[in-house]
Design a protein around this ligand. Structure first.
Ligand code: GDP
Length: 435
């Protein structure tokens, strides 16, 4: 059962879109299994730049099956708009299927997301305001509305009335907002249901059938391990599980079907929103990384915080998700940067050095990063396709990342285009006759 899980190994925005696209080419099925339209993958295909929020990156290959699995929270308006814009550019979505079980983001989720975030004031989490957190909260609360409910007018009415009774009380009494109208929402969402109906199915059954046939399945993660609800820098996290295990719960597959787990790691670090970021560079170097790396959010346009590569985080990612491979991204951005630093440990105020990521938020707030300096390179690496042709200092940087993280860098990206990728081995087991 050749299945690969691809996840972010930092705080998201590592460049997963590009690697998903690269691996989608070698897969028959591509599955999105957690998160919502707060994810944003950028895929560059020649002169065309596509920004995907919900649709799996395999959509560009008409013969591949693309699934939005039950672990995703789905904003139907965002999905339909994304499909329409793809269609306008000649990309058909006939190969997309949506899970009956995916939870639906409702207008009150978006509104509450925004109102709650504003009410947090200085303690803002930095949510994208897309209703993701409130939708997951309703799912856990067992009051959520699922895609299957959009296909049943009576059921939708009942669930909507039940939800609006609570949400409108919250909106009016706590936030002083106008109540939301049940009938208009009901009509709007029934219409979404009707439009999505041909694609709605049991995606867990589909993916297991395909796995049983020996087809190659790529599970495409969103966000990154450090934003995981259980294993990330809580409470500055997302509301789902971007760790590798999230693929099993979100898509409905057993852990034994997964052959390898690829962690996507940027050659430096970025983070959007609030929360701990030990290697953050506040000054000129940070600005330079942002500028050279184009570090602005795909979904929100927000400037990303930038800093040196943190090997403590990389090692944590390898441990928490059992990463069997790393994809090291944006090596080209470090060209001409002068000496480079990698964080190898965290120093506590008493001088103790931690080499494993601490669980305590208090400890994390007290540490200072310990750096190792490595020589940089000035040569343009963006045209190089062979690892051995990289400057010796770039090769040394990659090898040091492997040593510190404890996993091999199997894929290396030297530019945004699909072919600007150096493969040093196989992620999927090679098929007879080559990969
Ligand atoms: P994702 O959410 O993890 O897919 O990350 P984003 O799409 O938000 O950010 C990745 C950005 O970096 C996109 O604009 C990509 O086109 C770009 N990108 C990906 N890999 C590379 C690379 O190796 N070099 C450069 N210069 N850009 C890259």
């Amino acid at each position: 059962m050749p299945a690969v899980v691809l996840i972010g190994a930092q705080w998201g925005d590592e460049g997963k879109g590009k690697i998903t696209d690269f691996l989608a080419e070698k897969s028959q099925v591509v599955v999105r299994y957690q998160g919502g339209s707060n994810a944003g993958h950028t895929i560059v295909l020649g002169p065309e730049v596509y920004k995907l929020h919900l649709v799996p990156s395999g959509i560009f290959y008409p013969e591949k099956l693309c699934l939005i699995a039950g672990g995703v929270v789905l904003d139907p308006a965002v999905l339909l708009a994304e499909l329409a814009s793809l269609r306008l550019r000649g990309v058909s979505a006939a190969n997309l299927r949506v899970s009956t079980n995916a939870h639906v983001i409702m207008p009150y989720h978006r509104l509450l997301d925004e109102l709650e975030e504003n009410a947090r004031g200085a303690a803002r989490i930095g949510t994208t305001g897309r209703g993701i957190g409130p939708a997951y909260r309703d799912k856990i609360n067992r009051s959520g509305i699922r895609v299957q409910d959009l296909l049943e007018p009576d059921l939708l009415s009942a669930k909507l009335d039940e939800n609006l009774a609570e949400k409108n009380a919250l909106l009016t009494k706590i936030y002083g907002h106008d109540p939301l109208p049940a009938e208009a929402i009901r009509r709007e969402y029934l219409e979404y249901g009707a439009r999505l109906a041909p694609s709605v199915t049991d995606t867990a059954l589909l993916v297991n059938e395909r796995l049983a046939r020996g087809e190659r399945v790529l599970f495409e993660g969103a966000q990154g391990i450090m934003l995981d609800l259980d294993h990330g820098t809580y409470p500055f996290v997302t509301s789902s599980n971007p760790v590798a295990g999230g693929a099993c719960t979100g898509a409905g597959v057993g852990p034994l079907c997964i052959d390898s787990v690829v962690g996507v790691l940027k050659a430096y670090t970025t983070r959007v929103g609030s929360g701990p970021f030990p290697t953050e560079l506040a000054g000129e170097k940070g600005d330079l990384l942002r500028q050279r790396g184009g570090e602005y959010g795909t979904t929100t346009g927000r400037a990303r915080r930038c800093g040196w590569l943190d090997a403590v985080v990389a090692r944590y990612a390898v441990r928490i998700s059992g990463l069997s491979h790393l994809a090291l991204m944006k090596l080209d951005v470090l060209t001409g940067f002068g000496p480079l630093k990698i964080c190898t440990g965290y120093r506590l105020p008493d001088g103790t050095i931690l080499t494993e990521f601490p669980q305590s938020a208090r400890v994390l707030s007290q540490i200072t990063p310990v750096y190792e300096e490595l020589a940089g390179w000035d040569e343009d690496v963006s045209g190089i396709r062979d690892f051995d042709r990289l400057p010796a200092t770039a090769r040394a940087y990659v090898r040091r990342v492997e040593e510190l993280a404890g996993a091999p860098v199997t894929l290396l990206a030297v530019g945004p285009e699909r072919e600007q990728t150096i493969a040093r081995g196989h992620v999927f087991a090679p098929e007879p006759g080559g990969q």
